[in-house]
Design a protein around this ligand. Structure first.
Ligand SMILES: NC(=O)c1ccc[n+]([C@@H]2O[C@H](COP(=O)([O-])OP(=O)(O)OC[C@H]3O[C@@H](n4cnc5c(N)ncnc54)[C@H](O)[C@@H]3O)[C@@H](O)[C@H]2O)c1
Length: 259
């Protein structure tokens, strides 16, 4: 009989935002399976989540005070909560632009500001970006916010490195959750077309990376950005060229000379 592998996050206290559903719920479950004491939070809490609106300084201050009292320290933070807004450049209203920024950027900032003081060396922060943070994606408020989150992550990695705290970013592609279910079918189809693996992803394909980045196995990784996107951002927009010239898929591909 094989010995069970040791649980990688045993003894670590980890906060996950936006954990009531979608990727956050999967991450919270995966972290708990690895032995972490998970504090799942959400602005729409269910039975297993503590209430926390990431845009509220008071909420973060309350959570930090409770964590200090209950555990004395925190070893991990997953800034997962996020909202999208699909208005395009010509239509987006500043009020919506600011609202998306508040959740997707100011939220993670507040989380880091309030919890980093409770983090001992070896702690780890994971920010959940998006392939929108690596491209000129059309929902401009969302895209701009996720690019800003990249900047926050880089600054935080630099600032907190000397204290032994790591900060990394994961960039999911199209993952099947309520967020993507709310998009038009054409959005899904176009994403699949642009994705070399030819399909969408699941929450259980993002959570293991978050677990790894929170674990000591990632002890020399900080300031990194890792796409989980089936190759969507790897081809830099040239997948259609590759597809057009693939033998058997179009007349061009059958020419004997390579192009
Ligand atoms: N689903 C995708 O394809 C995809 C792709 C790239 C990035 N992302 C990012 O992944 C993260 C998780 O998204 P998801 O797909 O699971 O979405 P989701 O909509 O299923 O879940 C998001 C969760 O965040 C919570 N939330 C929203 N505003 C909040 C606030 N102010 N405070 C606290 N919690 C709040 C919601 O209540 C919800 O439970 C987000 O940051 C999102 O931008 C998602």
């Amino acid at each position: 009989m094989s010995t069970p592998s040791p649980r990688r996050l045993l003894g670590k206290v980890v906060v996950v935002t936006g954990a009531a559903r979608g990727q956050g719920a999967a991450e919270a479950a995966a972290l708990a399976r690895e032995g972490a004491r998970v504090i799942a939070t959400d602005v729409h809490p269910d039975g297993d989540c503590r209430p926390l609106d990431v845009t509220s300084e008071d909420d973060w201050a309350r959570l930090a005070a409770w964590l200090r009292e209950a555990y004395g320290q925190v070893h991990g933070l997953v800034n997962n909560a996020g909202v999208t807004w699909r208005a395009r450049l010509g239509d987006v209203r500043p009020v919506d632009f600011d609202r998306v920024h508040a959740v997707n950027v100011t939220g993670p900032l507040l989380g880091i500001q309030h919890l980093a003081p409770l983090m001992p060396p070896g702690s780890s922060i994971v920010n959940v970006g998006s392939t929108a943070a690596l491209t000129g994606h059309y929902p401009v408020a969302y895209t701009a916010s996720k690019w800003a989150l990249r900047g926050l992550s880089k600054s935080a990695a630099t600032e907190l490195g000397p204290r032994g705290i790591r900060v990394n970013t994961v960039h999911p592609g199209f993952i099947e959750t309520d967020m993507t279910a709310s998009a038009a079918p054409a959005f899904r189809e176009a994403n699949v077309r642009e994705t070399p693996l030819g399909r969408t992803g699941t929450v259980d394909e993002v959570a293991p990376l978050v677990v790894f980045l929170l674990s000591d196995e990632a002890s020399f990784i900080t300031g990194a950005e890792i796409p989980v996107d089936g190759g969507l951002t790897a081809h830099g927009g040239v997948k259609s060229v590759s597809d057009a010239l693939r033998p058997g898929e179009s007349g061009h591909g059958r020419t004997p000379r390579p192009h």
